[in-house]
Design a protein around this ligand. Structure first.
Ligand code: PRT
Ligand code: ZN
Length: 283
């Protein structure tokens, strides 16, 4: 049995649960308790506030956790980051009122900076030889300059919309973050074995993300050129068709490249192109 801590309510909860669901680990989400037992996998889920997850994993009440890298860095907890999860992407940035001219890190000298991340900020200030005053506040950091509580802020940014609507501009990015899977140091061999099984499943789910399965009919004479457009995991699958001079070509394509490749394949004479959802990719 292994125990994983995930965020009980917030930006990372749904994606964390969805990943486990897709990995075939079923958790009863209707009766969401503090501690829940999964079906079909030797796992318990502990629902916590994200701020508490790194510490709980470090001291051993949970073996694993899914949490923002920003929280791991802020708490300084000694845990092992085993995977980036591909969701919850954001950055921790310094922002100042938009009408002010930014002159580099020394701009912050003797300024008051409001933040919920004093540790990461103080490390950055030290590294840049800046002497500033850190005001720790836990919520609504972005309104503090307008309210006269601070001269600048250090906060999480994702689209940047919150900064713009508060008359602020981003001037330094200090940390790029996303949700990560963390593990307690020195996991017992039985637990490491369960973690390895979980990672095998997570990787298959994450690998399928953003990819599509594509198949089409293509004149055999154009096959060589088509294969160059469609490099698959090894190479595309080619099957002869009953109609002379044609074959069927199957491959896996990144969604971001899909339309470009389809256009080029159509120019080669591809017909009957099908694009299918990929559920899992096991390399
Ligand atoms: O209750 P609990 O303590 O568990 O939750 P919380 O309120 O502390 O955290 P929550 O659920 O807001 O965020 C959890 C994690 O999601 C964070 O620690 C980050 O790792 C990650 N994350 C990703 C974000 C954002 N994107 C994000 N945009 N966390 C917060 N924000 C905030 C940001 O501070 C800003 O005020 O969302 C606002 C909108 O951002 P813009 O730039 O898109 O406008
Ligand atoms: Zn929190």
């Amino acid at each position: 049995m292994i125990r994983i801590a995930i965020q009980s309510k917030g930006r990372l909860s749904e994606d964390s649960l969805a990943l486990m669901r897709e990995a075939g680990i079923k958790i009863d989400e209707v009766k969401r308790k503090f501690l829940a037992r999964a079906a079909g996998f030797p796992l318990e889920v502990l629902y916590l506030r994200d701020d508490d997850i790194p510490g709980v994993v470090e001291q051993g009440s949970a073996d694993l956790g899914i949490v923002g890298l920003n929280e791991v860095e802020e708490t300084g907890a000694k845990v092992r980051v085993v995977r980036k999860m591909g969701f919850g992407a954001c950055r921790l940035s310094l922002a100042i009122p938009k009408e002010q001219e930014y002159t580099g890190p020394q701009f912050f000298s003797s300024k008051r900076i409001a933040t919920s991340y004093p540790e990461i900020l103080s490390r950055w200030l030290k590294a840049n030889n800046v002497n500033a005053q850190i005001q720790k506040i836990m919520g609504s950091v972005e309104i503090s300059p307008a309210a006269g509580l601070a001269d600048a802020i250090f906060d999480i940014v994702s689209s940047g919309g919150t900064l713009v609507s508060n008359g602020l501009k981003e001037v330094e990015t200090v940390l790029y973050s996303e949700a990560v899977l963390v593990a307690r140091e020195n996991l017992e061999p039985e637990k490491q074995e369960i973690l390895d099984k979980m990672l095998f499943r997570f990787d298959a789910v994450m690998e399928s993300g953003g990819k599509k399965y594509i198949l089409m009919n293509i004149p055999t004479a154009k096959l060589e050129e088509a294969v160059k457009i469609l490099p698959a995991m090894r190479s595309p699958t080619v099957m002869p068709l009953a109609a002379d001079g044609w074959c069927s070509l199957h491959s896996v394509v990144r969604e971001s490249e899909l339309w470009d490749k389809i256009e080029r394949l159509k120019e080669l004479g591809a017909e009957g192109i099908l694009v299918l959802h990929l559920d899992k990719v096991i390399d």
